[in-house]
Design a protein around this ligand. Structure first.
Ligand SMILES: O=C(O)CCC(=O)C(=O)O
Ligand SMILES: [Fe+2]
Length: 297
């Protein structure tokens, strides 16, 4: 009998290295109970009024699906998910790579090479609520937005945190294990995908090259919530524009590490400046539009 490949399930105290190794091999991994119930309760309660303002989507975004964005604007608990060590640690291990700055004087004398390493940054924050009647989504790779070629180095690491339990019936995300290594010619089929089942507070963490799709919700009355958070490299464009999605007033209240990850920190050696200064300085100087002349010289 041929067994369909599946993803490994790891406990919450797993090391980031082990998570990264599993993702490198299979394309994704499940980490159980990564987020405490109390944190998830507060996050969902904070998001509920924003969900309730959303209409259902259409096509790819789902005609029985509501999506709530800009999670850092709406809930302090977003940071708990972003900074879960097994997630962000694995994202760093999978994404960060070496580069070199090479320089020589115009007369060709002292040539020097400096090793440099990019930072990672937040790409998207989005809560996804699948209602009964939602059919399966088109199978896709999230890194298509970066025009990523496969096989190739990862450009995106995403987590789908279970805001409700995930079952095969309520639309648990479908994944094709190992498909991150497929070339760009191979066409994925839904029959090759397996549904992810996991308790609330767990997370499916995967690279952008893994083929996946939201599942179909065939329950009578059970909604499925996923909270999507992703990281990319500091020199890529963010899927969700964090500078506009989150107001500067709100950004200034967020922890330093979160502000850095939002992109308010230069990516080494010099990507993302404002007036050739670190954007964090601009954020700190910003107050509504009062300092316009000072900031926008
Ligand atoms: O809702 C899901 O399970 C997955 C959604 C998804 O993959 C997407 O919208 O890109
Ligand atoms: Fe996706």
């Amino acid at each position: 009998m041929i067994m369909s490949p599946s993803l490994r399930t790891l406990p919450r105290n797993v090391s980031a290295d082990d998570v990264a190794d599993c993702i490198d091999r299979d394309g994704g991994v499940i980490i159980t109970n990564l987020i405490d119930d109390a944190v998830m309760d507060e996050l969902i309660a904070d998001l509920q009024p924003h969900f309730d303002r959303q209409a259902f989507g259409s096509g790819f975004t789902g005609n029985r699906t509501r999506r709530c964005n800009a999670l850092l604007q709406h809930s302090d608990r977003t940071a708990d998910l972003m900074l879960a060590p097994a997630f962000i640690g694995a994202a760093e291990r999978l994404l960060v790579h070496d580069g070199v700055w090479s320089g020589a004087n115009p007369d060709g004398t002292t040539t020097h090479k400096l090793r440099m390493r990019p930072t990672i940054q937040l790409s998207v924050t989005q809560a996804i609520e699948l209602w009964p009647g939602q059919t399966a989504q088109e199978i896709h790779r999230d890194d298509s937005m970066y025009y990523a070629r496969h096989p190739g180095p990862p450009t995106l690491v995403q987590a789908l945190f279970a805001g409700t339990r995930y079952t095969a019936e309520n639309g648990g995300t479908m994944v094709i294990p190992g498909s991150h290594r497929w070339d760009d010619e191979r066409i994925p089929r839904l029959e090759e995908a397996i549904p992810i089942e996991m308790p609330r507070g767990s997370a499916l963490v995967y690279v952008g090259g893994l083929y996946h799709a939201g599942g179909s919700n065939v329950t009578e009355d059970e909604r499925r919530i996923a909270i999507a958070i992703s990281y990319t490299l500091g020199y890529m464009r963010q899927e969700e524009n964090q500078y506009l999605a989150v107001s500067p007033e709100r950004a200034r209240q967020l922890p330093l590490r979160v502000r850095e990850l939002m992109g308010y920190r230069l990516c080494s050696p010099f990507c993302g400046w404002v007036d050739m200064r670190d954007p964090m300085e601009w954020l700190e100087a910003y107050s509504c539009s009062a300092n316009d002349d000072q900031v926008h010289r």
